[in-house]
Design a protein around this ligand. Structure first.
Ligand code: AMP
Ligand code: ZN
Length: 116
């Protein structure tokens, strides 16, 4: 996909700090981390968001989720972490290539959402 920053990272045209790669998925450190452990896992094939997924994406989505715990542990999140998939305007998605944030570290994370 032209002009997609994460396709550029998946293709190796844009540099990233990779921590895992296979034929279908790539994990790399977030460029603006919000916690000691903060990396992204993406499918290499472009899909814009969860809205755009269908049954054909099930294997790669399953692989991403199945990898998340192992990679989080390896990066130092030993006592829990959070997976976040921001989707669309309301979800405040900034990069429209599906990605799972893995966020953790030694301290307890803030509450997921503030109750009104
Ligand atoms: P969002 O689309 O809001 O779920 O988040 C996009 C995330 O991508 C943000 O946390 C950015 O810091 C991160 N990001 C944007 N560009 C890059 C890049 N070139 N390398 C690594 N992370 C990036
Ligand atoms: Zn893309």
């Amino acid at each position: 996909m032209d002009n997609c920053i994460f396709c550029g990272i998946a293709d190796g045209k844009i540099p990233s700090r990779k921590l895992y790669e296979d034929d279908e998925v790539l994990a790399f450190h977030d460029i603006r981390p919000i916690a000691p452990v903060h990396f992204l896992i993406i499918p290499k094939l472009h899909v814009a968001s969860l809205y755009d997924c269908n049954h054909s994406h099930q294997p790669v989505l399953g692989k991403i989720m199945a990898l998340s715990g192992q990679l989080a542990r390896e990066q130092g999140a030993q006592d829990g972490f959070r997976c976040i998939i921001n989707t669309g305007r309301v979800g405040r998605q900034e990069v429209y290539h599906l990605h799972v944030h893995i966020i953790g570290g030694p301290d307890v994370l803030p509450g997921m959402l503030v109750r009104k």
